[in-house]
Design a protein around this ligand. Structure first.
Ligand code: DGL
Length: 243
């Protein structure tokens, strides 16, 4: 195994750059190859079968570029394709869901937790199932937030409409006395400050930070850490939109 090969990272679009940013911070010596499947975004409203097919195609492309590890920097793709890719590929695969679940379980105090995600992620039950597999007594409240991705894509991370939508989605969790919420979508960390100012007492778990820690641990345990002071980042997109 050659540790100098790049780490492959993919997302349905540019949202996964929140994960890439944490990865480059945690692993400055690594080369990263990021693929954003902008041509087929969003994954979050699509069926499990289609998301799995897209994820396989993107992974195949990155494998041809000789990556040493695959990071699925998309919650929806992790929900529907992590298991399949981990079984099929000969390199380590890390998704964003388990690191977020681990942090959520470590941070809750009253054991009433929330999960925010795309429709497809929430319907998959990927978060709720993993949380309850680790702790059956924990109360989990899941909430689809389909308007968050378009608001972030528009750059409206702190508008009046955004605050209204946040209130609409999260007040139900608040009524259930949830104390900790995982931001289960690549775009949601960009709303973190606005969510926090609407609900100051909520603990917010950003799975991108936790994923970077998990990737580092995996590279270490597989003796795959690159031995260089600074790596390079290459970004590929499957489509460029007109601005
Ligand atoms: N990357 C997706 C996720 O984390 C959000 C954007 C999309 O719907 O494709 O679930």
């Amino acid at each position: 195994m050659n540790a100098d090969r790049p780490v492959g990272v993919f997302d349905s679009g540019l949202g996964g750059l929140t994960v890439l940013a944490e990865l480059t911070r945690a692993l400055p010596g690594e080369d990263f190859l990021y693929l954003g499947d902008t041509a087929r975004l969003p994954y979050g409203s699509k069926s499990p079968r289609i998301v799995e097919r897209y994820a396989r195609e993107v992974a195949d492309y990155l494998i041809q570029k000789d990556i040493k590890m695959l990071v699925i920097a998309c919650n929806t793709a992790t929900a529907h394709a992590e298991q399949t890719l981990a079984q099929e590929l000969k390199i380590p695969v890390v998704g964003v869901i388990q690191p977020g679940v681990d942090a959520l379980l470590a941070r809750t105090r009253n054991r009433r937790v929330g999960v925010l995600g795309t429709r497809s992620t929430i319907k998959s039950g990927a978060y709720a199932n993993r949380i309850q597999a680790q702790d059956r007594e924990l109360q989990v409240y899941s909430k689809e937030c389909p308007l968050f991705v378009p608001l972030v894509e528009e750059g409206w991370t702190d508008r009046r409409v955004t605050r209204l939508v946040i209130q609409e989605y999260l007040s139900e969790l608040k009524r259930e006395d949830v104390d900790t919420v995982v931001l289960g979508c690549t775009h949601y960390p960009l709303l973190k400050e606005t969510i926090q100012s609407e609900f100051p007492e909520l603990r917010l778990v950003d799975s991108s930070e936790e994923t970077a820690k998990a990737v580092r641990a995996k590279l270490e345990s597989e003796a795959l850490l690159a031995d260089r002071p600074r790596g390079a980042v290459r970004i590929y997109l499957t489509d460029m939109t007109h601005q």
